[in-house]
Design a protein around this ligand. Structure first.
Ligand code: SAH
Ligand code: SF4
Ligand code: F3S
Length: 482
């Protein structure tokens, strides 16, 4: 067990163990020796920064990297001053890639000035062969490149870099392995993401995720429960279960289990007060799950249910495997079971072949469902996906115009939907000091909305009742209720 491992007791002169995670602890111990040497020569400990791009899955992976860095002896530092900068990248849309290249360009002169500096790149973008080729050609100053499947090997790769003068590249095409019990440095003391599955088998025609995250693998329920029990014992009261399609959890296990079944088990864990999950694919959302949500005291009243488009024709071309009508029926069923649930979504505008009529269908579904919030995206062509090869790609100005119209609709409706709670008293988990006012704190409602109210740092991590005085679009201004 990770908590019982003492790195200083590991014999780093012996051969590295072959089994995991023991092998990685051996390399963490090796890196720790290097860190101590650095400390002696420089009179300070080396520092590191992990910058995350992309989704919650990546954010969770970054916590694992930070945990490993901490074991090695690195201290956290802001990116501008860190001796070791790691970018955990995303490639879901083209602009995610562009940002990484831009940031790398800015790191180059720093690396030239401070040759001891290290740069690591990992995450989804690295799973694309043309990206790695480009880095090898034009970004020779990068030290370590690895992908999404071997993130657990981070310590070994860093150790390899310490003894080699060359760029270390290790990318796997896929894996069926899940390595448990590695270190982890949580961002919040009171809440945590928990992976329940990795990869995706859905192959929505626009999406690159199945190619860069590999095939769907579920973690064993025992491992998930044990992790959450340990988190609870450590003071965590809110968990966010993570997977690209949590509704298909457990299908590939030796003893299959449903997502609803897993939720029931998690519900029993003492100390956990709030359970969240993302993302739900509408095609796999079962009646059993709706019942569990209805009967649960802990599952939050929020469902992120990406619709992507309101046009059944476009949904078919997207390979989403539901129709507009089925989606609307599902929404009705959920609202029937959990009346005050907050619904949020993802929408893509400008998918190949989208006509004005198709787009009107999207506006229509937004008006019918009345989402509490929606992430809207301009379709981005991803090389290698079926949609990239489709004819009738939509001209930029048409897409831009539709995007603006959609955004306006979404925002107007969301502001009204959110305001329905105005005047009520709700339980809030206080998360942090308010970004804009040090006299205030920010908390989250069960339905995922934020509320800012007068309070001090001692409230962080606590559950308090707050009166929602005024809705300001996507958040509330409230007052502690006594
Ligand atoms: N697994 C999740 C989504 C992961 S990606 C799900 O299926 O719901 C997050 C969002 O990015 C998607 O819901 C989609 O709206 C958007 N997205 C994915 N690929 C895209 C692309 N090529 N262009 C634009 N948006 C995209
Ligand atoms: Fe991408 Fe679809 Fe998988 Fe979500 S379900 S990650 S959109 S392929
Ligand atoms: Fe991006 Fe990878 Fe997540 S492509 S959205 S970081 S799974």
């Amino acid at each position: 067990m990770y908590y019982e491992i003492d790195l200083d007791k590991i014999d780093t002169n012996a051969e590295p163990p072959t089994e995991e995670p023991a092998r990685q602890y051996y390399f963490m111990a090796k890196c720790r020796e290097w860190v101590r040497e650095f400390e002696q020569t420089h009179g300070r400990v080396p520092t590191a920064c992990v910058t995350t791009f992309g989704c919650q899955m990546n954010a969770r992976d970054s916590e694992k990297l930070r945990g490993i860095l901490k074991e090695m002896g690195y201290k956290e530092e802001v990116e501008d001053r860190a001796d070791f900068v790691i970018y955990n990248t995303c490639t879901v849309r083209e602009n995610a890639n562009t940002r990484v290249y831009g940031r790398l360009g800015q790191l180059k002169p720093r690396k030239k000035k401070y040759p001891h500096m290290m740069i690591g790149l990992c995450g989804c973008m690295m799973q694309e062969p043309e990206v790695v080729e480009k880095l090898k050609q034009s970004y020779r100053f990068v030290d370590i490149i690895f992908g999404t499947h071997n993130i657990y090997k981070f310590a070994e790769l860093v150790a390899t870099r310490f003894v080699s003068e060359r760029m270390v590249i290790d990318i796997w095409k896929g894996t069926d392995k899940i390595v448990e019990n590695l270190p982890n440095e949580r961002k919040y003391e009171f809440k945590s993401g928990v992976n329940i599955m990795f990869g995706c088998n859905n192959f929505c025609s626009y999406c690159i995720v199945p190619y860069v995250r590999g095939q769907e693998r579920s973690r064993a329920p025992e491992a998930i429960i044990k992790e959450i029990e340990r988190l609870a014992a450590d003071g965590v009261s809110e968990v966010m279960l993570l997977g690209q399609n949590v509704n298909s959890y457990g299908k590939t296990l030796d003893t299959p289990m449903t997502f609803a079944g897993l939720l029931k088990e998690i519900e029993k864990i003492e100390g956990i007060r709030r359970i969240r999950f993302m993302t739900s694919h509408p095609k796999d959302l079962s009646d059993e799950l709706i019942e569990v949500m209805r009967d649960s005291k802990k599952i939050c009243k929020h469902l992120h249910l990406p619709v992507q488009s309101g046009s059944t024709k476009i949904l078919a071309r997207m390979n989403r495997r539901y129709t507009k009508e089925r989606y609307l029926n599902l929404v009705e069923k959920i609202r029937g079971a959990v009346p005050d649930i907050s619904l949020t979504t993802d929408i893509i505008v400008g998918f190949p072949g989208e006509t004005e009529e198709d787009f009107e269908e999207t506006l229509d579904i937004v008006r019918k469902v009345r989402y509490d919030s929606a992430f809207t995206f301009i379709y981005s062509k991803r090389t290698g996906t079926p949609a990239a090869a489709m004819e009738d790609q939509i001209p930029e100005e048409v897409v831009k115009n539709r995007f603006d119209r959609l955004l306006k609709e979404v925002q107007t409706i969301a502001a009204k939907s959110c305001a329905v709670h105005e005047g009520t008293v709700q339980e809030v988990l206080v998360e942090n000091i308010c970004d804009h006012d040090p006299e205030m704190v920010t908390g989250r409602l069960s339905n995922n909305l934020l509320v800012h109210f007068q309070g001090e740092s001692g409230l962080i991590g606590k559950y308090v009742d707050v009166k929602l005085k005024e809705c300001r679009g996507f958040y509330y201004i409230g007052q502690l209720s006594v």
